[in-house]
Design a protein around this ligand. Structure first.
Ligand SMILES: [Zn+2]
Length: 437
């Protein structure tokens, strides 16, 4: 354990530390960020009103919309002279989230990641091939600094150029591969095409993050790469990667609670939910300097567990993110998450881990029906029309049994759907479909 003082802290001591840090941070943003001054004033809140940790609920939420309204740097709490780096989310369809860092922020982030990597079982003896994208995206540089801080070797391959990734893995004796889960699948696929058995290399672990990963997808990556898979969770607004990370027991992702104060709330009412109940993750940063966040609504659906872990850490764990509040589809009154669909699809033989959910949205979350494009392997597709229809029917019934709604299934040929080296898009509006291909 890299930092037992914090990783094995008692709940009581942790809450005391969190309260002290929260009070300081609230005072700071109130005094320095006009947006927060206004938001607190409109609720009649002053920093002095935060007397105990449960007073957190008095503070207003911050949302993606607030980031957008304050684009690019309206929420910054320090002058530009103190900023040493700026990252950004991809923001392909919308204004991106800009993430500035002070020197102190980079230090903290590197340390959180080094601690996270150690939580995952990575040591200074490892060779970490960093296939997260370098550049504006937080993934590449974030991990890069974390791995260096841990004292392991980092190979900054970035994403893409997959054949070279595999050659380097063999030649340099890579022990840990870091990348998005969808890219891990691609690497497995390409290695197979190249006739390379990754089980015969020194690779022993894959660290996957930046997009949700289902149990089935984890199994597929394990199968493709022949190694164990550790999940990491992060978001640009909070810092980047490293907001939580699994230990080798795979029983949730540990959150560095000395840096992040987390809540899970009902996405509709905003009420806090007890541990173990699924809801929207809300994060307050306790140590960020440049861009602190207060009660930021992540839109990610998860649940918390504060029981001490088998690994000896007392820091709370969050469960795998099962969906996003904005991915949540309401189909004829039933809440459906893409991850549920994925779980069903990937259990069926012949189905490839590539699919696209096409919706006709009538309002925010509601849609009249959903159609799912599913890639199947060659053997099924080259078969008779009858086989295809039978398979479609099988998928339809399997989904109906789990979701309780009717869906339309269309099987597509292998490699039809767009592959992503970054975040995969699983849900599209029918109107966007023509632009996709
Ligand atoms: Zn653990």
């Amino acid at each position: 354990m890299r930092d037992p003082e914090h990783e094995q802290i008692s709940r009581e001591k942790l809450e005391q530390l969190q309260l002290e840090r929260l009070q300081l941070k609230v005072k700071e943003v109130y005094e320095r960020v006009p947006y927060y001054t206004q938001a607190f004033k409109s609720r009649g809140i002053k920093p002095a009103d935060i007397k105990k940790l449960s007073d957190l609920t008095k503070l207003p939420f911050t949302s993606k919309l607030d980031f957008k309204k304050n684009y690019p740097l309206g929420l910054m709490a320090v002058p530009m002279e103190r900023i040493v780096r700026i990252h950004s989310s991809s923001g392909t369809t919308d204004k991106p989230t800009i993430a500035p860092y002070t020197r102190g922020d980079i230090e903290t982030w590197s340390e959180i990641l080094a601690r996270g990597l150690a939580t995952a079982g990575i040591t200074s003896k490892d060779i970490f091939q960093n296939a997260f994208g370098y550049g504006l995206f937080t993934g590449g540089m974030g991990y890069h600094y974390g791995v260096e801080r841990l004292g392991a070797v980092v190979i900054p391959t970035s994403a893409g150029n997959t054949k070279r990734q595999i050659t380097l893995m063999q030649d340099l004796g890579t022990t840990v591969l870091g990348c998005t889960p969808s890219y891990a699948l691609i690497i497995g696929e390409v290695a197979r095409e190249m006739g390379v058995d990754l089980r015969k290399t020194k690779l022993r672990l894959a660290l996957c993050g930046a997009e949700p990963i289902s149990e089935q997808m984890r199994e597929d990556i394990k199968e493709g790469l022949g190694v164990d898979v550790i999940s990491d969770y992060g978001l640009t607004e909070a810092m980047g990667p490293g907001v939580s990370i699994e230990c080798p027991y795979h029983c949730g992702m540990h959150i560095p609670e000395d840096h992040f104060l987390v809540e899970v709330v009902d996405p509709n009412t905003g009420e806090q939910l007890p541990n173990g109940v699924q809801g929207e993750l809300v994060i307050t940063s306790l140590t960020k300097e440049a861009y602190p966040i207060i009660r930021f609504r992540t839109r990610d659906i998860t649940s918390l567990n504060s029981e001490p872990c088998k690994c000896g850490r007392t820091l709370a764990r969050m469960s795998r993110v099962t969906g996003r509040t904005d991915d949540m589809l309401k189909v004829k009154g039933v809440n459906v998450f893409p991850s549920q669909i994925e779980n069903v699809l990937l259990k069926i033989e012949g189905v490839e881990p590539h699919y696209l959910i096409v919706v006709d949205r009538t309002e925010a979350f509601s849609c009249s029906d959903i159609e799912i494009l599913v890639e199947v392997n060659d053997s099924i597709f080259s078969d008779k029309m009858q086989t295809i229809e039978k398979m479609e029917e099988k998928l339809r019934l399997a989904l109906e049994a789990v979701l309780g709604i009717q869906t339309r299934i269309r099987l597509v040929e292998p490699k039809t759907l767009t592959r992503s080296e970054g975040k995969s898009k699983r849900v599209v509006d029918r109107s966007e479909l023509s632009n996709l291909k």
